[in-house]
Write a new protein. Sequence first.
Length: 456
Amino acid sequence: MISRRRTLGLLAGMTATAAAGRPFAAPERAVITPVDLRGSLDAGKLGMAPEATGSQSRTLQSIIDRAAEARVPVFLPPGTYRVSNITLPAGAHVTGVPGASRILYDGGGFLFRADTVDTITLSNLSIDGANGWLADDAPALVHLRAVKNVSIDNCDIAGSRRSGVQMERCGGRIERSRLSGALSYGLYAVESTGLSITGNTVSDCGDGGILVHRWTKGADNTMVQSNRIERIRARSGGTGQYGNGINLFRADGALVSGNHVSDCAFSAMRANASSNVLVTGNQCLNLGEMAIYAEFGFEGAVISGNIVDGAANGIAVVNFNEGGRLATISNNIVRNLVADGPYAAENGFGTGISAEADAVISGNVVENVPKWGMLIGWGPYLRNVTAIGNMVRKAPVGIAVSVAEGAGAAAITNNMFEATPGGAIAGFLWNRQASGDLLENAGPYRHITVSGNRSV
């Protein structure tokens, strides 16, 4: 435990350092008055000069180091401070006045970095990367590795030539912050250890908004809640690895809820090889490809209570050929899709909801789509899918179900259809329609059960 006497001694030493060589005398003790042992240390009175034209990196580093040792916060008064190469020690806490305390990266290699420490806190700061060059080992303006408890609260982090924030093997929270203008990602978190990402705004990023990844598939349990994500591009191209608002990769047990995601080049939420994920209550608007995706080697996805308005495809739980299975897709609204996407897709674009294996599709409303309201199975990749109690209207075909050799069981019951001129329910061999309307009778397709459906 740090004693009051030791804390005062540390702060007195900092005052002497900031005095540019002047001897410490009794009247100088008044400089210690901004120190509030209940609160923060005023860096402005210890050598940091707002609006100075030169770098103040060495001064800020000295203040942070000594304050962290004493376990007191550093307060940056309003103004602009040019710094770089700041290493955050254990217990570092830097705070300021929201919108007024501005840290400007001066291009010296990296901005903030921490490695293998217990606690780091950044709050009420505006951090501006000025699109400056970053060293090869600096993937983000704020780069944290193996920090047990991160707190980034009410910060503006903008103008990174790479990512805004990168966190590796970190726990803690990033909340109420605004991440914008990153050439790569707003936030990249990998191998997290109990991370919450809540109430942030992420916008105008080159390749992705919020990424939750793992180097090896396993329990991640990150919570991504109540964020606003908008205008995410896919500067690096691809067919979905870039351009997503929220992207999970190998991250089991993640929660994605209550987010508002719009104007992304690809998906609002994309979960790749992520099992036991919960995607609920999100608003997904104006997407370039699939709005909500659970794909490739996953087991377990709940996609419920979301709104999709404007995308190339709506919701897909697919890739049974790669082990993708086990899901419920319920109580979603999917509407106003388009037939064009960012690349040439095997089964085209314009489908509301797709599922392939061990899935229940229930209580959804799909409206105004240019291809299929729902797609059940794809070629032989169909096993145990139930579509019950859904509404499909204004679609060329209401439900397209695979009748290819090897396709497994599907039950289509108690659904309602309106304005589906190609059939309420139709069998398909891959992309080719192979049957008439199966609304009342599945005919020769013994693997399909239909009952209680109605077309109006």
